[in-house]
Design a protein around this ligand. Structure first.
Ligand code: FAD
Length: 596
């Protein structure tokens, strides 16, 4: 059997290696357009930032190592230009020699990935605009930065005129680039068309990320719709309309030495389209559960294909390395007669943002809305491990669940420690179709340096359980404030200590643009039982503390004394993150959330 694979990186290289392990006799050929095979796409930004310094570390295999270890024929610098399905042949352009030749196949695997979106904007072809997908792109960006830095050093301008970069796009590639450029002492501005970074995050939890990016000195322009680029001798100016500006759409510009364009990817579908293979969402290649296209001899995997979002059951384009690798293995198995299926992706992702880890799994609130699900979410701020053991950090955890079943739909976590393990446990819970009630029962490993006896995952389950069983009623900040501002029957009750209250409370900070109209009562939770007569029995009490734990206790006291009360999710800490973000949307800020 002769198997030809188009694309020799995440999906393609995995499929090839698994095929060889299953079938020593098969003829396996990988055709790869770039000069590198099995390279570490996910590591590319870290080479630019200087965390990875050895170029050779970016490639996991070479054509020679593939030949030696797996007896696989890897042809780099060669592009597949067409598929002849009738003859079961592909046409190949050898980019090094300019030779064009054909290669027959018994089975063809398409793993051509996805390419960066290049919008048709004025000035888009400027040599100062870069995208990041391949090893070649990485070296081009690094060499360009080194060249400009060297020029500045020669002119003794390195200190007075630091490098500036505009990153267009606030998804994970854009943000990883932003961080790595900061690591190279580049001044960075990130322009993002939506009003928040990372579409897999909900806008509220994204505030925490915004605040951290600004704290690192990055200028964030949210709601910024880029309209074009223009070059002068040494610089490039990016023009954009700022939708987020309260005064209406305004035209603004930002000038830098380099632009990194990272506004998303589109499936590399030309071969498939020209060959008449069926396409789906965003032009991705449609495949069945065995990852077969509508041609029984052509499989497709990775960033190029349409998959199913397992939580919503809806078709999706999910461009991530995990699914591509898994699909590569499944296809190899299927070719070798093992009937394996791919059931869909959850879109689990994780990203480093300076000292924060940002991770998601399952679906966001917007995706849940689009899927027509009846859902709610909890926001909790548990510690990464027992707080009496040194080094614990709190994380902010938002968990989406279906009403009334309690099925876990998605999770978003931001924090400094322990985020990765919680998101992975929740990913497993979602994959297993678990409910919040199941989360309360998962027996997770515990010792003080690692976790708490009630792990954050268990805690999420308890909080959701309380809501679903009516032990406590919950509301989110946006709704609570909107109601409190207009409904005279609603009162905000702050249950934090006097010292915490004095440091800041709802309505205390006009710089945050707080609406002082919100009626507010302050009674620390520990004084609540003695001061119940101060509270109106005919009004609805929106109760908060710093994080939601004391206000939950307060709600239990109040409810059992006949008060009508609701716990505000996330507490004052979350409120501060939201308000700090909202009021510095287009400005840079310094340390500690103070305006620069
Ligand atoms: P790719 O790995 O992109 O491989 C496709 C290959 O096919 C390319 O090398 C291309 O040159 C070749 N090709 C295309 N057309 C042809 C043709 N006609 N002929 C010959 N060769 C062709 N995912 C994560 O899960 N976590 C991360 O942290 C992460 N970080 C990333 C960082 C960056 C900078 C980038 C670019 C991607 C990142 N990803 C990450 C995404 C991940 O790399 C992809 O999801 C994954 O590589 C997709 O695998 P694939 O096989 O479909 O495509």
């Amino acid at each position: 059997m002769k198997v030809v694979i188009v694309g020799g990186v995440a999906g393609g290289a995995t499929a090839a290696a698994r095929l060889r392990r299953l079938d020593e006799q098969a003829e396996i050929i990988i055709i790869e357009r770039t000069h590198y095979v099995s390279y570490a796409n996910c590591g590319l930004p870290y080479y630019i930032g200087g965390t990875i310094t050895d170029r050779n570390k970016l490639t996991l295999q070479t054509p020679e190592s593939f030949r030696e270890r797996f007896n696989i024929d890897v042809r780099v610098d060669q592009e597949v230009t067409s598929i002849n399905r009738t003859k079961k042949q592909i046409e190949i352009h050898n980019l090094a020699t300019d030779e064009i030749y054909t290669e027959a196949y018994d089975k063809l695997i398409l793993s051509p990935g996805a390419h960066p979106v290049m919008p048709n904007l004025p000035g888009i072809n400027s040599p100062r605009i870069f995208t990041l997908r391949t090893v070649e792109d990485t070296f081009a960006i690094a060499e360009y930065l080194e060249k400009v830095q060297a020029e500045r050093a020669n002119q003794a301008l390195a200190q007075s005129k630091p490098l500036r970069a505009t990153v267009v796009g606030g998804g994970f590639i854009g943000l990883e680039m932003a961080e790595n450029l900061v690591d190279r002492a580049v001044h960075v501005a990130v322009l993002q068309r939506p009003n928040h970074l990372m579409h897999s995050l909900d806008p509220d939890i994204a505030s925490l990320l915004h605040n951290r990016m600004r704290e690192a000195g990055i200028t964030l322009k949210l709601g910024a719709d880029v309209t074009g680029f223009s070059e002068t001798a040494n610089e490039i100016t990016t023009s954009f309309k700022n939708k987020g500006d309260e005064t209406g759409a305004t035209h603004q510009t930002i000038t830098s030495d380099i632009v990194i364009l990272a506004i998303g990817v589109v499936p590399e579908n030309k071969l498939a389209k020209d060959a008449g293979l069926e396409l789906g969402i965003k032009g991705s290649i449609k495949v069945n559960e065995h990852l077969l296209t509508n041609d029984p001899d052509i499989y497709a995997i990775g960033d190029a294909i349409e998959t199913t979002q397992v939580v919503s059951g809806q078709p999706a384009h999910i461009a991530l390395a995990g699914p591509a690798n898994k699909q590569g293995r499944i296809v190899a198995d299927h070719i070798c007669g093992i009937s394996r299926t791919f059931t869909g992706s959850m879109g689990s992702s994780i990203m480093k943002a300076f000292d924060l880890t940002v991770a998601t799994t399952g679906i966001s609130s917007k995706a849940a809305e689009n899927a027509g699900l009846n859902f709610d979410s909890v926001i909790i701020t548990p510690a990464s491990h027992a707080t009496y053991y040194p080094g614990a950090h709190t994380m902010t955890m938002k968990v989406l669940f279906e009403r009334p079943t309690g099925r876990i739909l998605g999770a978003q976590i931001i924090g400094r420690d322990g985020v990765d393990k919680r998101i992975d446990v929740l990913a497993v819970a979602i994959k297993a179709g678990m409910t919040a009630f199941d989360l309360t029962e998962i027996d997770l490993a515990y010792a003080p340096p690692y976790a708490s006896a009630k792990d954050p995952v268990n805690m999420a389950g308890y909080v959701i359980e309380n809501i679903l069983e009516g032990t406590v009623e919950q509301i989110h900040w946006d709704k609570a404030l909107a109601i409190a501002a207009t409904d005279t029957n609603a009162v905000i009750l702050d249950t934090r200590t006097q010292a915490e209250f004095d440091r800041g409370h709802i309505g205390s900070n006009k710089d945050y643009g707080e609406d002082t109209l919100h009626p507010i009562i302050h009674i620390p939770v520990d004084e609540l039982r003695e001061r119940l007569e101060e509270l109106p029995r005919n009004k609805k009490l929106f109760v908060h503390c710093a994080t939601g734990i004391r206000s939950y206790i307060a709600c239990r006291i109040l409810k059992q004394h006949g008060f009508n009360c609701v716990n505000i999710a996330g507490g004052y800490t979350f409120y501060q993150a939201l308000h700090l973000d909202r009021n510095t949307e287009t400005e840079n800020i310094g340390d500690c959330g103070l305006k620069a």
